[in-house]
Design a binder for this molecule. Structure first.
Ligand SMILES: [Zn+2]
Ligand SMILES: [Zn+2]
Length: 134
């Protein structure tokens, strides 16, 4: 990873931190096009996959989108609660639950390498808006 790659990772992470909602690689590309008119999708994909590997960014498989980590660096996979109303994502870390899941999967001889736990629903404010009939 060269110097430019590192710089691009920092830029991509800054975009994701600023927006706080899941962004696709193309959304990120769109955000950075102004500052980097020559930027190409593979550059964004490379930066996103490096950031995901480092745990600074999490990939939302169900949305094919990315979000900045909200918990700081952590070894454990996190649980990502995705609001289908406003798109907000809340991240929680539950190492015990993940240990449990690994051991359940491991009973059949399966060796888990990564977990992705995504919960879809409504956040507190969208849920109460719906209850009020809006
Ligand atoms: Zn995280
Ligand atoms: Zn919401």
């Amino acid at each position: 990873m060269g110097k430019r790659g590192k710089k691009m990772q920092a830029e991509v992470l800054a975009v994701l931190r600023r927006r706080r909602v899941p962004l696709s690689a193309y959304d990120v590309l769109g955000e950075l096009r102004e500052a980097y008119p020559k930027i190409a999708p593979p550059t964004i994909y490379r930066a996103l996959s490096a950031l995901t590997e480092h745990g600074c960014v999490h990939r939302l498989e169900s949305l094919n989108a990315f979000i900045a980590c909200q918990c700081g660096r952590h070894k454990h996979a996190s649980i990502l609660s995705i609001c289908d109303g406003c798109g907000a994502v809340e991240e929680t870390v539950a190492p015990d639950l993940l240990k449990e899941l690994s051991s359940i999967a491991g009973k059949s001889g399966f060796a888990p390498t990564r977990h992705v736990i995504e919960i879809h629903g409504l956040c507190a404010s969208c849920g109460s808006a719906q209850a009020l009939g809006h």
